[in-house]
Design a protein around this ligand. Structure first.
Ligand code: ZN
Length: 74
């Protein structure tokens, strides 16, 4: 009977350890997702100093611009 209890206890510990690992992994993945969604890098426009997200910025001659208008001014 004690043997079964030990086996059950070991299985329980393994189950808890596995479950915790999975939970932490999911939490990390969730944090990474949040970073990707909200952590868009803001870049200052070289012309009018307006901040635009990296995905919307226009790169010209190694400088960042908020719009085509600003990019064409120089
Ligand atoms: Zn601009």
């Amino acid at each position: 009977m004690i043997k079964y209890l030990i086996v059950a206890a070991v299985l329980f510990v393994i189950y808890i350890a596995f479950f915790k690992k999975t939970a932490i992994k999911e939490e990390k993945e969730q944090k990474n997702k949040d970073k990707k969604n909200s952590g868009d890098i803001m870049i200052e426009c070289s012309e009018c100093t307006t901040f635009v997200s990296e995905s919307e910025a226009i790169i010209k001659d190694g400088k960042f611009f908020c719009s085509k208008q600003c990019a064409n001014l120089r």
